[in-house]
Design a binder for this molecule. Structure first.
Ligand SMILES: Nc1ncnc2c1ncn2[C@@H]1O[C@H](COP(=O)(O)OP(=O)(O)OP(=O)(O)O)[C@@H](O)[C@H]1O
Length: 261
């Protein structure tokens, strides 16, 4: 693991420091000079109306696309433009895009592969029973995500909500310092959304979280800090109550019915 993964490289309280980041698709400035910071141990959320640039900003941070200008610092270290696998080794994990589930493998096998993914090739091919570190991590995740009854079930047979929670567990297997969650409750029932929200909340402290989520009620209940985007630019940021009370945010965002957002 690189120094970015396990130290406060600059002693800063910020796990992420985005400065003036931009990218355009042809003539469209999808993300335009956006800056914000995410504090260590906090849940920071990105919200905004459809097409605001949230996913593009997320992709810039996770290394899926390169910015045309601006910088991304992770744990005080410049990581702008690094590809996702390098970021993962540095301690920045993204759920859902990188960590896809293997549907024909069991829950335990999915967790094992993820827990062993950052180890040398020799260790990856060790049986779980002989890889103490990976086995310990798998057991911790089974406990934390209450997967006891599902460990031998194929991931493909889990419910949608269970699969999405397993994806979060898989993303956490490498003990990242920052977890990027892209609409973790998308397509979930109300009950699953509530359970997943509580589970995300319980992770704060263990890992810093950056969340893109359409469910505004969930975001406001979970987040320490909310960044609001509109038309590629940052419109506002602050604590949930502060953001909710901001007239510009209300006009641009809460003017929509929350169920439409
Ligand atoms: N690969 C691409 N090529 C061209 N245009 C793109 C591309 N990706 C996104 N866009 C455009 O950039 C703008 C921002 O899109 P983005 O998906 O980042 O918004 P969003 O806030 O995540 O929206 P939503 O809430 O609908 O997911 C939109 O106008 C979108 O059509």
């Amino acid at each position: 693991m690189t120094p970015a993964g396990n130290s406060m490289a600059n002693g800063s309280a910020d796990v992420l420091d985005i400065k003036n980041i931009s990218v355009a698709f042809g003539a469209l400035r999808a993300v335009d000079q956006v800056s914000f910071k995410a504090r260590r141990g906090h849940i920071t959320s990105l919200i905004g109306p459809n097409g605001a640039g949230k996913s593009t900003l997320f992709n810039l941070i996770s290394g899926a696309i390169r910015p045309s200008s601006g910088s991304v610092k992770f744990n005080g270290i410049e990581v702008t433009g690094l590809p996702p696998h390098r970021l993962l080794h540095a301690g920045l994990a993204r759920s859902f895009q990188i960590t896809k589930l293997f549907f024909d493998l069991s829950v335990r096998e999915n967790l094992r592969l993820a827990a062993q993914s950052l180890e040398s090739a020799r260790h990856v091919f060790l049986p779980l029973s002989r890889n103490h570190h990976a086995r310990q991590r798998v057991d911790e995740l089974i406990e934390q995500f209450r997967l006891h009854n599902k460990v031998n079930e194929q991931a493909g047979y889990l419910s949608h909500g269970e699969q999405r929670r397993l994806e979060i567990a898989v993303a956490l297997a490498s003990r990242p310092k920052l977890l990027l969650l892209d609409e973790p409750t998308q397509g979930m029932s109300h009950a699953d959304t509530k359970e997943t929200g509580a589970m995300i909340k319980s992770l704060a402290g263990e890992v810093s979280i950056l969340l893109v989520e359409h469910d505004v009620g969930l975001v406001m209940g979970l987040s320490d800090h909310v960044v609001v985007m509109a038309q590629g630019a940052k419109l506002a940021e602050g604590a949930p109550a502060e953001v909710r009370a901001n007239p510009a945010v209300q006009a641009a965002y809460f003017g929509q019915r929350e169920s439409d957002a």
